[in-house]
Design a protein around this ligand. Structure first.
Ligand SMILES: [Zn+2]
Length: 280
């Protein structure tokens, strides 16, 4: 678990666990001989990805970005996605010195199950909000699409991950760019989903960018290395290039939500020489 000071804020990279997704789907049109150099696949052609929510300790609130996959899946789902959730995000929150009740704000980059699954938790046969005192922030377009997904995205939106949030009155819909608290900004990028957002953190001239699924792993650094899941691939490439420029200009730390090994680092170089500088 990495803890990093950013100006007045402290940032803690959490781990909810790992899942396996089809390697081809994770790299779109990139041929397998190329992507397997970066990330190996198993006998079912799946690659392992992590789920790394981010905890921001802000003087005014504790903010959690994304919530992992949660605990509501059955055996079939666990087999398809190779779910390895030991011990899950709640444990990392406790190890950081907090409890789920201490979370004031949850930001969902989008509502796919590997990002919003931990919004709610199953105890016995009942579903509760995992973070009962939190306001959950979602982009307007993401909310609308989650309620009415296209046939290709349908399997990614599971209603019990987000409907209980709405029903409890804890949902806060935002539209476009918004500063949630001083130094913590949600920015809608679209691309992966139409309502996908990233989070930019800036405090006392230090900063970080949480990429969400705009750059899920460090193997997705180069422009055409994008996911087959992306709804608008050209938007993903354009937005990725735009925010690579930003993190380089401002010397921001990048947080990679799905990288199996690397939670964060600096993006250095450009063109063919672009690479990740890991942090100690
Ligand atoms: Zn994802």
């Amino acid at each position: 678990m990495k803890r990093i000071k950013i100006g007045k804020l402290e940032i803690i990279s959490l781990l909810d666990g790992f899942i396996k997704l089809d390697g081809g789907a994770m790299f779109g049109v990139i041929p397998k001989p190329l992507w397997t150099r970066l990330t190996p696949s198993d006998e079912r052609n799946r690659i392992t990805i992590a789920m790394r929510p981010l905890l921001i300790i802000h003087p005014d609130a504790n903010i959690l970005i994304d919530t992992g996959i949660g605990n509501k899946y059955d055996e079939k789902f666990a087999d398809i996605y190779g779910v390895d959730r030991k011990p899950g995000i709640e444990n990392d929150i406790k190890k950081s010195g907090f409890t789920p009740e201490d979370i004031d704000i949850v930001i969902n980059t989008h509502l796919h199950f590997d990002h919003a699954g931990g919004n709610t938790i199953k105890r016995g046969n009942e579903i509760f909000l995992t973070f009962p005192n939190a306001t959950y922030i979602v982009q307007k377009l993401e909310w609308e699409i989650a309620l009415n997904p296209d046939p290709r995205s349908k399997a990614s939106y599971i209603k019990e991950n987000f409907m209980p949030v709405k029903e409890s009155g804890k949902l806060k819909i935002i539209d476009g760019e918004m500063e949630i608290l001083s130094g913590v900004k949600c920015i809608k990028t679209g691309g992966h989903t139409e309502g996908h957002q990233i989070v930019v953190i800036d405090s006392d001239n230090n900063g970080a960018l949480y990429w969400g699924d705009l750059m899920p792993t460090i193997a997705h650094l180069k422009t055409p290395y994008i996911m087959g899941y992306d709804i608008f691939p050209l938007d993903v490439m354009r937005e990725k290039e735009k925010y690579i420029k930003l993190v380089q200009e401002k010397n921001y730390i990048s947080f990679f939500e799905h990288d199996p090994l690397v939670c964060c680092g600096y993006i250095a170089g450009e063109g063919k020489k672009i690479h990740i500088q890991r942090m100690e």
